[in-house]
Ligand binder design. Structure first.
Ligand code: AMP
Ligand code: ZN
Length: 495
């Protein structure tokens, strides 16, 4: 089967196709860097990451661009409030965003900054005006005249018949269902950041930024445009209107939107007290790998209800997968011919492909993975896995992990960096949990330190010196190292 994917523009699941053979040009709306990223944002970024990976695994050369919105109404307002430049204000949040992406194993797109494209944005507005799609208001701001673009509403499927010609809005976000001529360019206001350009002194509107950057990097028509579902209207509708009016060509072929994340069944909001940044969760001691696995567990178009129970379950799942790989790589297997387990690996891989090709059904892909692990673990318990089966099982596991990416265990260094950040960031120190401290403390023992202690423990046990072996175990537990007795000998992991 080949990839089928939902296209918001057609409202249907379609066979994926590209403008150029074997090449995908895609653009995702990135963060507005005025605060730390919350897990709703990261749901979307993980969903797009999975799409990006799956396209790559299918042999496409993927040119993936994401913007950093480093100028918009909120940024201008907050930087003026704090008496710092826009750059100074956003740099801190952008850096945190990059660290958060690394923690979540989100593969990096090529990033572009809105503030690097200001002259091109002014030029874009001038051309729209020349073509009669834009007009200049008395204060020097420019607006897009939506009545001039008959396709307005085609993405959000809203009917804008009877729109008031010339009714305007100059904020970056406005009431849903309320069509208004939107600001392309806002004239400078005293005390606020602005740029001196060919169309006057001012700053770009948010919608314009994405049109200009995507067209500059990917061309007038490209394959796919992504973001969270809140962006369908007005942001993406406006991007289409501006871009297609200017170029006279279709803008993006496919529109990919991920569904909003809920927290414990509620909309995430600061006032409800259920608003979590990635950092908030790490401060509570949760691992980035568990968070990634949870965010990927629900297909991008389904509602993901984030719960702490779900997060615990994801942590257990990640642990199971890591244990499974450990067993496969640390057991002495007898030789026989490749058998049922090689067949299992093959059918599991087929299930992975079928699930992902079905509009990126990550839930079914995870189910296939756990079916494989359950069956193979039972076979390992009863000695039914031969040496010849192991490569196939490992290959299948790695294939799943090329999507979910939770086997490599770099949680601790990343958690350590959040701990260090929290000790410096005002108001955060009191949020550092004991769990996080324990995890980071255990990292003070290197793997070889732990192995050395385990060897001492094993020797003490063999000579029936139980007080000594127990004491070593207690010492390791205190440092967050859990020791288990398995058929294959001692096995340890970091808590
Ligand atoms: P922002 O930084 O607000 O511009 O948002 C960055 C990305 O996160 C956009 O694609 C948004 O659509 C997406 N987003 C924001 N909130 C949520 C949420 N609760 N669930 C899923 N995606 C979200
Ligand atoms: Zn955008």
């Amino acid at each position: 089967m080949a990839l089928r994917i939902y296209n918001t523009l057609s409202g249907e699941v379609e066979g994926f196709r590209t403008l150029q053979p074997n090449e995908v040009r895609m653009y995702a709306c990135g963060p507005t860097v005025y605060d730390y990223g919350h897990i709703g944002n990261f749901r979307t970024f993980v969903a797009v990451d999975i799409l990006f990976r799956w396209l790559g695994l299918n042999g496409y050369k993927v040119y993936y661009v994401m913007n950093i919105t480093d100028v918009d109404d909120k940024i201008i307002r907050n930087s003026a409030r704090d008496h710092v430049s826009v750059k100074e204000y956003t740099a801190k949040y952008e850096q945190a965003f990059m660290e958060d992406l690394t923690a979540l194993h989100v593969r990096q797109p090529e990033f572009v900054h809105a503030t690097d494209y200001i002259p091109q944005m002014a030029d874009f507005v001038a051309k729209l005006k020349e073509k009669g799609f834009a007009y200049r208001a008395e204060d020097g701001s420019y607006y897009f005249s939506i009545a001039k673009f008959p396709g307005y509403g085609k993405l959000s499927k809203k009917d804008f018949a009877g729109i008031e010609d010339g009714a305007r809005v100059d904020v970056d976000e406005y009431e849903k269902d309320n069509a208004r001529d939107f600001a392309l360019w806002k004239a400078a206001k005293p005390g606020e950041a602005s740029w001196d350009t060919s169309i006057g002194n001012g700053r770009p509107g948010w919608h314009l930024e994405c049109s200009v950057m995507s067209i500059s990097k990917l061309g007038e028509s490209f394959d796919l445009h992504a973001g969270g579902e809140d962006l369908i209207f007005p942001h993406h509708e406006n991007e289409i209107a501006q871009s297609e009016s200017l170029t006279g060509k279709p803008f993006a072929q496919f529109w990919f939107h991920s569904r909003f994340l809920l927290i414990e069944g509620e909309k995430m909001s600061k006032s409800q007290g259920n608003f979590y940044t990635l950092r908030d969760l790490v401060l509570k001691g949760h691992k980035p790998s568990s968070i990634r696995f949870l965010l990927a567990s629900v297909p991008y178009r389904n509602q993901l209800n984030f719960t702490f129970d779900g997060l615990q379950a994801a942590a257990v799942s990640v642990e199971r997968l890591r244990n499974f790989r450990w067993r496969l790589t640390n057991t002495e297997f007898a030789s026989a011919s490749a058998g049922a387990m090689t067949e299992l690996a093959k059918t599991s891989s087929e299930r992975l492909h079928a699930s992902m090709d079905d509009d990126l059904n990550t839930a079914q892909a995870q189910a296939a993975l756990f079916d494989m692990v359950r069956t193979a673990n039972a076979a390992l318990d009863s000695g039914q896995v031969s040496k010849e089966d192991v490569p196939a099982l490992l290959r299948a596991l790695e294939e799943f992990d090329s999507i979910f990416d939770i086997l490599r265990d770099d949680d601790v260094p990343l958690m350590k960096s959040v701990l260090e950040w929290a000790t410096k960031e005002s108001g955060k120190e009191s949020e550092i949990s004991q769990e996080l401290k324990t995890v980071v403390l255990s990292a003070g023992l290197s793997d070889s330190d732990v192995n050395q202690k385990l060897a001492e423990m094993e020797a003490a046990r063999r000579s029936r010196n139980f007080p000594v072996s127990d004491a070593i175990r207690t010492e390791l537990t205190a440092a967050g190292i859990l020791v288990e007795n398995t058929k294959e000998g001692f096995r340890w992991r970091r808590k």
